[in-house]
Design a protein around this ligand. Structure first.
Ligand code: G
Ligand code: G
Ligand code: MN
Ligand code: NA
Length: 249
């Protein structure tokens, strides 16, 4: 299909762009980092959401070049900001490549971003295809000083085994749990359990998709570490995210 064909030229045509969404400390509102989120403006179709084109890019292999572009662009932006962590989503297809840790290393070197300011977000689903290799690669990346977050936590199928094996420093609790917080006792009970798990494993817990003050209140009350969502800030282009960053400095 033409989306698939056009994806290979999207970088060269300058159609890809990153937006950045703020992550904050739940208690103090302090900025802890920004998540880079990819946007593609197709010259005729307009904005195509990542939910649509990422799976196509994974299938065609274009995700490798796109993923490198995302990582390089996000790292460069973070260097210009001069502070805060940058979180970058990584596909299972990238992790499955034998040279992935090496590309992360070169991009850090090339952009000059200190490894401890980079965090890679990985979903459980991205880790299951070849667990042995994924673990090897993630250990190499972790050894560089880059931190690893488990994304959409709670929606995969072997969360506990994954937590036990991989060197995660952050759990990103899937937004479906956050959305249930003010209505469903089960969502709150799960939050409670995940926070206890995070605390005993020494892993930071971030709640995704925070949209209301009622949700934020519950998260604060339960002792959640970090929050992200429309209430705190929408994903936005670098210029506006930078302005927000300066205003809190
Ligand atoms: O917020 P948004 O609609 O942009 O994201 C939709 C989905 O696309 C999310 O699951 C998000 O993790 C994924 N996504 C966004 N940007 C990237 C990216 O740069 N790389 C990969 N692999 N996934 C991304
Ligand atoms: O899978 P991942 O967590 O990377 O997905 C990030 C996605 O969540 C992006 O598509 C982003 O636009 C979206 N997002 C960020 N904050 C909110 C929010 O508060 N509510 C909803 N519904 N989506 C959000
Ligand atoms: Mn993410
Ligand atoms: Na993601």
């Amino acid at each position: 299909k033409s989306i698939r064909a056009d994806l290979q030229y999207a970088i060269a045509r300058g159609e890809l762009k990153l937006h950045y969404q703020v992550q904050t400390s739940a208690l103090t509102d302090e900025v802890t980092g920004y998540e880079a989120l990819l946007r593609w403006t197709h010259r005729t179709r307009g904005l195509i959401p990542p939910d649509i084109f990422i799976p196509i890019a994974e299938e065609s292999g274009a995700i490798v070049e796109i993923g490198d572009w995302v990582l390089r662009t996000a790292c460069k932006t973070a260097v210009q900001w001069g502070r805060d962590k940058i979180a970058v989503n990584v596909s299972g297809v990238q992790i499955a490549r034998a040279d992935f840790a090496e590309s992360v290393h070169s991009i850090l070197y090339e952009t000059g971003l200190p490894p401890n300011r980079l965090e890679l977000e990985i979903t459980e689903t991205a880790l299951i295809a070849d667990k042995v290799r994924a673990l090897h690669t993630i250990r190499q990346i972790h050894a560089l000083g880059v931190s690893i977050a488990i994304d959409d936590f709670g929606t995969g199928y072997s969360s506990m085994q994954t937590l036990r094996t991989f060197p995660f420093s952050k759990i990103k609790l899937d937004r479906s749990f956050t959305h249930g917080l003010d209505r469903e006792p089960a969502a709150k009970a799960i939050l409670h359990a995940v926070l206890a798990l995070g605390k005993s494993l020494g892993i930071t817990v971030l709640a995704e998709g925070v949209e209301t003050l009622a949700q934020l209140d519950i998260l604060r009350h339960e002792g959640c570490d970090e929050v992200q969502g429309y209430l705190l800030g929408r994903p936005e282009p670098r210029e506006s995210a930078l302005a927000a960053n300066i205003s809190v400095a």
